[in-house]
Design a protein around this ligand. Structure first.
Ligand code: ZN
Length: 479
C-alpha cells in the first residue's frame, strides 16, 4: 500500500470547495489529510512529492473513452489506452461498449474487468450496451449488466432510433439506478453525412450532417427523461441548438445532462478547408498561444483527422458550447478518445472512420479554451473532470474526502509545451493537434497513492498492477 505526502501544492477540491496552498497526505492508498493534519499524520519515512507551484486536484475522470479491447487491439489496448490516460492526467476512464464483441453481456464485462486488473495503468469503469449488438432492435440484459458492474448503459457510436425502445431502456435503467448515456444522432436526418452541413460541406462537396440531426435526439431524450424520470446524459454535444434545448430542460428540473469534447470547443468546420483557412478565420484567437513569429502547424484540406462524429461545427456552435460550459448547462467534459490505425484514416475522406484520439491533449485544450481564455475558473474546470462525472456515474471518486481513494492529478496550468506525435502513448495517432502549442500540462498522475505517470517518463514497474505482467505498454507507441 502506497503512502505519499504532496507538499505545498495549490490543492483544488471542488466538491469540498477547497482552493488553497496546502499539503496533502495519502496513507495506504487513501486520502488521509490536508494542511497541518497532513504533516502531523505523515510517517517519518513517507515519500515526498514537492508540488510547489503546481495544482493538486482529485484524479481526473474521462467519462468517454474507447479502449478498443476486446477485438480491435490494432487500434488500442487496455495497456496503451490507460497509459495515454495517465499521461493526460486521468486516473479514471470510462470505456464505451462498441468493442468486438460489444459489451452487451456480463461475460464481456467480466473479461474487461479482468484484463484491466492485470494491464490497466489507471482505473477503468465499464459501460454496457443499451441494445444487443448495439443494433437498436432488442434491449440488452440491463439488469445482468448492472450486476456485472457496469456504471451506465449506452449504444455510443450508434443511437437507438426507436423511441418506444428507448423509453423501455430508460424505464429499466431507472429500476437499476443506471444513467443512460446517449450518442444523439437521428439517422433519417443525418443519413450518410460526413461533415457539418453548412458553408464548408458545400464548398468542399462533402455530404452534410445537419445540427438538427443531433438536436432532434436531444429533444427526444428530454421528453423521455421527463416521461420516465430516468437520467439521460447526452454525449459529445456539438451544436448551439442542443445547448439551448438542454438549458431550457435543466431549468425545469428535467433529469438530463450534457458532455462536451475539447475538439468541439477548439476547432470548427473551417479546419476542413485546411490549416490556412482555419488560422485565418476561426483559429485566430488560438494563435496567441504560439510564440511570436512561429508558424502554427499545417494540415491539408480534407484532412481525415478532422472527421469525427458528431462533426466539427461552425464558429457559432463552438461559442455556444463554451457558453454552455461556462453557465453550467454542460457539466461534464470528456475526450471521446477514438483511436484508429493510420491505414484506416489514410483514405479518401468519405471512407475514413469517424473519430480522433484525445486523452493526452484534452486537459491542455480545456485549460486553453476555458480557463486561460477567462471563461471559467480553474475550480469549475476541475469539477467538470472530477466530481461531476463521479456523481453522474455514482463513482466513489473525484474528491479529497478523508478516506477516499488516493487518486490525484498534479498539473502545471501554465506550462507551455508542444504536443508531438513521437511522444504519443496511445497506439494510434489520429489526432489533429500534433504540432500545436499547448498551455497546461500534467506533471504527475497518482492512482491509489502510486505515481503511475511523472512528467517526462512513465513510472517503470508501476504502470502494471500485477508483477507477473509482461506487458511494457509505454514502448509500443512507435508504429
Ligand atoms: Zn459517440
Amino acid at each position: 500500500m502506497h503512502s505519499l505526502l504532496l507538499t505545498q501544492g495549490r490543492v483544488i477540491d471542488p466538491a469540498n470547495e477547497v482552493d488553497s496552498i496546502s499539503d496533502l497526505l495519502i496513507l495506504a492508498g487513501k486520502i488521509a489529510g490536508m494542511g497541518a493534519e497532513a504533516k502531523r499524520k505523515a510517517p517519518a519515512d513517507v515519500e515526498l512529492f514537492d508540488a510547489e507551484g503546481l495544482v493538486v486536484c482529485p484524479g481526473l475522470i474521462d467519462s468517454h473513452v474507447h479502449l478498443r479491447e476486446p477485438g480491435q487491439s490494432a487500434k488500442e489496448t487496455i495497456a496503451t489506452g490507460t497509459l495515454a490516460a495517465a499521461r493526460g492526467g486521468f486516473t479514471t476512464v470510462v470505456c464505451m461498449p462498441n468493442t468486438s464483441p460489444p459489451i452487451d453481456s456480463p461475460a464481456t464485462v467480466a473479461l474487461i474487468h479482468e484484463r484491466c486488473e492485470r494491464e490497466g495503468v489507471v482505473n477503468v469503469f465499464v459501460t454496457g450496451a443499451i441494445t444487443k449488438d448495439l443494433a437498436g432492435e432488442e434491449l440488452a440484459p440491463i439488469g445482468s449488466l448492472k450486476k456485472a458492474g457496469v456504471v451506465a448503459i449506452t449504444d455510443d457510436g450508434h443511437c437507438v432510433q426507436n423511441n418506444d425502445l428507448m423509453r423501455r431502456a430508460l424505464e429499466y435503467a431507472k429500476m437499476f439506478d443506471l444513467p443512460v448515456l446517449d450518442h444523439c444522432q437521428d439517422y433519417s436526418l443525418v443519413t450518410d453525412g460526413v461533415v457539418h452541413e453548412g458553408y464548408w460541406s458545400t464548398v468542399l462537396g462533402l455530404r452534410g450532417w445537419p445540427a438538427a440531426g443531433e438536436e432532434a435526439i436531444v429533444a427526444r431524450n428530454i421528453l423521455l427523461a421527463e416521461l420516465t424520470g430516468a437520467h439521460v446524459h447526452c454525449q459529445h454535444l456539438s451544436s448551439a441548438g442542443s445547448v439551448r434545448l438542454l438549458r431550457e430542460a435543466k431549468s425545469r428540473g428535467v433529469t438530463i445532462s450534457g458532455e462536451a469534447c475539447p475538439h468541439h470547443f477548439t476547432l470548427t468546420d473551417a479546419a476542413l478547408g485546411g490549416s490556412e483557412t482555419f488560422w485565418e478565420s476561426d483559429g485566430e484567437k488560438l494563435l496567441r498561444f504560439f510564440p511570436a513569429g512561429s508558424l502554427p502547424p499545417k494540415w491539408p484540406s480534407y484532412d481525415t483527422n478532422c472527421k469525427m462524429n458528431p462533426p466539427l461545427r461552425a464558429a457559432r456552435d463552438r461559442e455556444a458550447i463554451i457558453e454552455g460550459i461556462a453557465d453550467g448547462t454542460i457539466e461534464i467534459l470528456g475526450s471521446d478518445h477514438a483511436p484508429h490505425c493510420n491505414f484506416q484514416k489514410e483514405v479518401e475522406f468519405d471512407y475514413a472512420p469517424f473519430g480522433i484520439t484525445g486523452l493526452e491533449n484534452g486537459l491542455a485544450l480545456s485549460l486553453m479554451q476555458l480557463y486561460h481564455s477567462g471563461r471559467i475558473s480553474l475550480s469549475s474546470l476541475i469539477a467538470r473532470y472530477t466530481i461531476n462525472p463521479a456523481r453522474l456515474l455514482r463513482l466513489a471518486k473525484g474528491t479529497f474526502d478523508l478516506g477516499a481513494d488516493g487518486d490525484v492529478t498534479v498539473f502545471d496550468p501554465n506550462l507551455e509545451w508542444v504536443f508531438e506525435r513521437e511522444e504519443t502513448c496511445s497506439k494510434s495517432q489520429n489526432n489533429p493537434f500534433y504540432g500545436w502549442q499547448m498551455k497546461g500540462k500534467t506533471i504527475a498522475t497518482i492512482v491509489c497513492g502510486r505515481i503511475v505517470w511523472r512528467e517526462g517518463k512513465a513510472a517503470p514497474g508501476l504502470h502494471s498492477r500485477s508483477p507477473s505482467s509482461k506487458s511494457v505498454p509505454y514502448e509500443v507507441a512507435v508504429p
